[in-house]
Design a protein around this ligand. Structure first.
Ligand code: 8IG
Length: 265
C-alpha cells in the first residue's frame, strides 16, 4: 500500500468511529445542483465535519458543503455522501482530489456515484438535461496515480449501472465528459477543441476522481447536470449565478432520479 492509500485508510477508520458505521456500501459525490438528492436517498444516521477527518482542508465554495453524511437507504444500503469534493482548481494536487474516493473504498464502498454540473457542447442537450456518462477525456494533464500504476480505463463507467439508470429513465442521453482544470471557464476555441476531440460535456471535476476510483476497483456511475451551454455554443457569456440557478431549478427532478437509481443499486 502506498502512503496515499494508508492515509485514506486512516481517514476511513476515523470516519467509521465518528459515524458509528463500520462499513459503507455506496459512495456519492454530489456536484453543483445535486445537493438536495441526499434527503431522498435515505435517513441520515450521522453527519461529520469533513475538517475533522485527516486530509480534508477547510475550504468554501458556494453550493458545496464540507460535510460527510452516512445514510441508511430503504433497501438497507449504507450510503456515504462525500459532501467535501476537493476540486483540482482548489487544491492543485490530484492526490488530494482522490483522497475522499480512496477513503470511501477503504470504508468498504464498492460502488460510486459521481455527479456534477457542467457545460454542454450540444445545443440540443441544454440546461436542465441530465446526461449519463459513458466515457471521459482527461484534459487536466494530471493523474492521482503514483508510480507505475497501469489502471485499465476501457470501461470506466459501469455498463451495468448505466443499464440500471436507463431502466429508470430511458430518455437519458449518453455523453463523454472532458475535465479541464478550471477555475476559468473555457474559451469558445477550447470548447470547439473539446468537441472535435469527442467531448459532449465540459467541466472541472469527475475525471480525476474516476481514475482514482478505478484504481481501487469501484464500480462507477457518472451523472452530469447540464447547467449551461459551453462557451460559444449558446449566444451568451457564462456566469456562476447562471450555474447556481440552473441547479436550483433542476434540483427536485434530478434528486428524485438519483434516489430511484440508488434504490436499485
Ligand atoms: I456548472 O461550462 C459548469 N462547470 N469547465 N465549463 C467548465 N466547467 C463548468 C461549466 C463549463 N459549467
Amino acid at each position: 500500500m502506498t502512503h496515499a492509500h494508508e492515509y485514506a485508510a486512516e481517514a476511513a477508520a476515523i470516519l467509521g468511529a465518528a459515524t458509528g458505521v463500520e462499513k459503507h456500501d455506496i459512495a456519492l459525490v454530489l456536484g453543483s445542483g445535486w445537493g438536495g438528492a441526499a434527503d431522498l436517498i435515505g435517513d441520515e444516521v450521522a453527519r461529520v465535519d469533513a475538517t475533522d477527518i485527516p486530509g480534508f482542508d477547510a475550504h468554501v465554495v458556494p453550493g458545496h458543503h464540507p460535510v460527510f453524511r452516512s445514510l441508511l437507504s430503504p433497501t438497507g444500503k449504507r450510503v456515504l455522501v462525500l459532501g467535501a469534493r476537493q476540486h483540482y482548481y482548489q487544491v492543485r494536487d490530484a492526490g488530494k482530489v482522490a483522497h475522499a474516493i480512496r477513503m470511501a473504498a477503504a470504508a468498504g464502498c464498492t460502488q460510486l456515484v459521481l455527479t456534477n454540473g457542467c457545460g454542454s457542447t450540444r445545443p440540443e442537450v441544454g440546461p436542465g438535461s441530465v446526461v449519463l456518462l459513458d466515457d471521459h477525456i482527461n484534459l487536466t494533464g494530471q493523474t492521482p496515480l503514483e508510480g507505475a500504476t497501469f489502471v485499465d480505463m476501457s470501461r470506466v463507467y459501469s455498463p451495468r449501472l448505466r443499464e440500471l439508470a436507463l431502466s429508470i429513465d430511458g430518455s437519458l442521453p449518453d455523453g463523454v465528459y472532458a475535465q479541464f482544470t478550471g477555475p476559468q471557464y473555457e474559451t469558445p476555441a477550447e470548447v470547439r477543441m473539446a468537441a472535435v476531440l469527442g467531448a459532449n460535456l465540459v467541466g472541472m471535476s469527475t475525471v480525476l476522481e474516476a481514475i482514482a476510483a478505478r484504481e481501487v476497483g469501484l464500480e462507477i456511475l457518472g451523472l452530469s447536470l447540464v447547467t449551461n451551454l459551453a462557451a460559444g455554443i449558446g449566444g451568451d457569456t457564462l456566469d456562476h449565478q447562471e450555474v447556481l440557478d440552473a441547479g436550483r431549478d433542476a434540483g427536485p427532478r434530478i434528486s428524485a432520479l438519483l434516489a430511484a437509481i440508488v434504490k436499485g443499486m
